[in-house]
Design a protein around this ligand. Sequence first.
Ligand SMILES: Nc1ncnc2c1ncn2[C@@H]1O[C@H](COP(=O)(O)OP(=O)(O)OP(=O)(O)O)[C@@H](O)[C@H]1O
Length: 255
Amino acid sequence: MTLDVTDVHHGYNGDPVFEEVSLSVSPGEVVAIIGPSGVGKSTLLRLLALFERPDRGRIEYDGTDVWAAPERRRLACRRRIGMVFQTANLFDASIRRNVEYGLRVRRSWLERLKWHLERLTGEAPGTGETLEALDVVGLADSATQNAASLSGGEAQRVAFARALAYDPDVLLLDEPTSDLDPRNTAVIEDAVLEARDREIGVVVATHDMNQAERVADRVAVLLGDGIIEVGETATIFEAPRDERTRKFIDGELIY
Ligand SMILES: Nc1ncnc2c1ncn2[C@@H]1O[C@H](COP(=O)(O)OP(=O)(O)OP(=O)(O)O)[C@@H](O)[C@H]1O
């Protein structure tokens, strides 16, 4: 399953954010989007998540042009894409319930009906996926704890588990560790690599160059009004084609 953005233009209220952006993510790879604040990294993730329709250009999910497809098909594609935001947005219930919620909202109505029937017969549906996803972020033993009592870093790990539990094809992460300490950051980064090993395609927007270097297979540099360069991580950091990439990475470009 590949998610492709081709020649996309997008903006708000007549002001373009970027023009002619193309990017793809394949199963089992991590793509980092780096670029200065306000350049449109979150906007690009929202387009990849199919939350917004681009002003121009094409977004294809497994070969389907999603904005030309019927709404039902588009919603089915959207259900296969997970997103983790900068802040966790958990609700006041156990960690486990928070993760299960992610599973439930992505089920089709038939699956949800089955889920309710299983619950009536005493089984706890989704327990395996929930605990397994919590294990990836080191929180399986805390599943019954209330999410309201968690630190910001732990909450973000739950948010990651919530997105991982339903085994998405694509996982989109918007600055997932920008408010986190090094230990929680390391847990999330290990979880990103675990997602990649599960053949999930991961896209992470990050300010943190070191993070991009640590986790990404490819890096896209969003600068000015578009992606100026996409390439293997080592190439982008050690021998970029575009002089602006080198300057941005070396901190010589001031915005
Ligand atoms: N819903 C919106 N309505 C109007 N303008 C918006 C909207 N969302 C984003 N913008 C504008 O689009 C531009 C790109 O914003 P975006 O959040 O995508 O950038 P970013 O690279 O993710 O920034 P940061 O790294 O600071 O999060 C900014 O100028 C922002 O003000």
